[in-house]
Design a protein around this ligand. Structure first.
Ligand code: BG6
Length: 497
């Protein structure tokens, strides 16, 4: 990708959450057809359409852009437009009063660019029909045949859809038309299946055409970890084993399994969150500075640090990992069912809804510094954060005072719900005797940059159209994550832990 185009993508990444009218100078994405497989599903309504709406409001889509929604369910363009319109209404209502006013023309603009194709994902005729559509679009302008195939479907369809696209010769890029595939998670179920899926799709697609999504990378504050570390002189010298005692990475949710029991019963918290989202946070925190923002430079550093996680022995896979499952409880006055009472969950399910683990990174920067990861559903608070705990100062000076212990220095990077960062340190409590109190310096995103209006998918979709894969997982990133958790999956499958 050209350096100036890349700079523009970066400018957009930082500006997308701001008022769309401030996006002057950011170029619209090149013309393309966004083919969404699973267009009738939840992801399309909840995230993709609102993100496209925001991109349309910011005038970042080409006038000739269209969406071709593909799904099994009977329907036509008008029905599809109606359903997506309801989704946009719900998105705007939920976005609340502190958001910028809805852009009046964005929805009509997007609405007339939505088209629907009823088709079975396993039937070659579906792909023939998509092919005709793209061919027709490329007839007057070769670039008009560019397409992004978005696989918003259950993971068992990933391989078959890519195979069908290849058989129908829809993945070949000729002339100026690009062909790209966006693959949602879960990317594999374990190390072997992730490798098999990578091998299968890499037979017919070049790595640069593949965009494996991890939606955590669309979050502004996750991207901000790189800005915080590498654009400030004060943090990086401390960012290593001499100064850091340990790191805690938490993704705690208050929601339960909701309507996803079918998926979750064969997944669980470890597979659902750790090799992907949690390791992305770990990689952003622990990677070496990349040479540039180039996609491969960033992804190489991320792969290196995850590959450097100390492989868990059989014993460590049991000792360093704990799992749990939520029982019945209450939220205020409302009684909440335990996991096993949730609709669709087996009464004797052993699926974990909570997992915590300790890992070490075998490299010069991090040797001996434990990283504690924990994630779970139906926990007391919703928070995703990275807490860097620094080593204690020597206590000597305070030995003969009333100070009994020092407050630890903790730099907390808050990903959600209140995005920002805080630094905890000690200060003297005013008065004649020496007493120390813990105080906190706070930075809140909202105070500086206003309320965040984006879904996180805007940046990711825009980057796909621009061909910038920095925020997407490369094959080795995905496999490195699975390799770390595989001993745990094996131990659990053998009834241990
Ligand atoms: C998804 C998981 O990938 O991430 C869900 O499948 C989880 O189980 C979700 O709830 C968390 O994402 P966020 O953005 O709500 O923190």
């Amino acid at each position: 990708m050209q350096a100036d185009a890349l700079a523009q993508v970066r400018a957009l990444d930082t500006q997308l959450t701001a008022d769309p009218s401030t996006l002057a100078g950011v170029p619209p994405a090149p013309v393309a057809t966004l083919v969404i497989f699973g267009a009738g599903g939840d992801l399309t309504k909840r995230l993709l359409m609102p993100a496209l709406y925001n991109l349309a409001a910011a005038k970042l889509l080409d006038p000739a852009f269209i969406v071709l929604g593909v799904d099994r369910v009977a329907g036509d363009d008008e029905v599809f437009r109606g359903h997506q319109g309801e989704a946009i209404d719900a998105f705007l209502a939920q976005r609340g009063s502190h958001a910028a006013a809805p852009e009046a023309t964005a929805w009509p603009w997007l609405r007339e660019r939505l088209f629907y194709l009823q088709g079975d994902l396993t039937d070659p005729r579906t792909y023939e029909a998509i092919g005709w559509r793209l061919e027709e679009r490329g007839r007057s302008d070769p670039a008009g045949g560019s397409a992004v195939f978005y696989l918003a479907v259950a993971d068992r369809f990933f391989g078959p859809i890519i195979d069908h696209l290849a058989e129908a010769d829809l993945l070949n890029e000729n002339g100026r038309a690009f062909r790209r595939a966006v693959i949602e998670k879960p990317f594999g179920h374990d190390l072997a299946s992730a490798k098999a899926l990578n091998a299968r799709i890499l037979k017919v697609l070049d790595e640069r055409q593949i965009f494996r999504i991890d939606h955590f990378l669309g979050k502004e504050t996750v991207q901000n970890i790189m800005a915080l570390r590498f654009s400030n002189g004060i943090f990086e010298p401390l960012w290593q084993r001499d100064h850091i005692d340990h790191v805690q990475i938490t993704a705690a949710e208050t929601v339960g399994v909701e309507t996803r029991a079918r998926f979750y019963e064969s997944t669980g918290a470890l597979r659902d969150m750790v090799p992907n989202h949690m390791f992305q946070l770990l990689a952003m925190t622990a990677m070496e500075p990349p040479n540039s923002f180039d996609a491969d430079a960033v992804r190489t550093e991320k792969a290196k640090v995850v590959q450097a996680i100390h492989p868990l022995t059989e014993a460590q896979a049991v000792e360093c990992v704990v799992r749990g499952q939520y029982g019945a409880g209450a939220l205020g006055d409302a009684a909440l069912p335990g996991y096993r009472e949730e609709p669709g969950v087996a009464a004797d399910s052993r699926i974990e809804t909570y997992v915590a683990m300790k890992v070490g990174i075998d490299n010069w920067r991090w040797a001996g510094v434990p990283f504690y990861l924990r994630t779970g559903k139906r926990l007391a608070t919703r928070k995703t954060e990275i807490a860097i705990h620094f080593k204690q100062a020597p206590f000597a000076l305070f030995r003969d005072t009333s100070v009994e212990k020092l407050v630890p220095n903790i730099l907390t990077l808050r990903i959600q719900p209140s995005e920002g960062a805080s630094l905890q340190f000690s200060a003297k409590v005013p008065g004649p005797v020496v007493r120390l109190g813990g105080v906190t310096m706070e930075f809140r995103y909202a105070d500086y940059f206003g309320a965040v209006n984006s879904t996180g998918y805007e940046t990711l979709l825009y980057d796909v159209f621009m061909g910038d894969a920095t925020l997407f997982q490369r094959a080795d990133n995905v496999e490195a994550g699975w390799a770390v958790v595989q001993p745990v999956l094996d131990a659990w499958a053998a009834g241990q832990g």
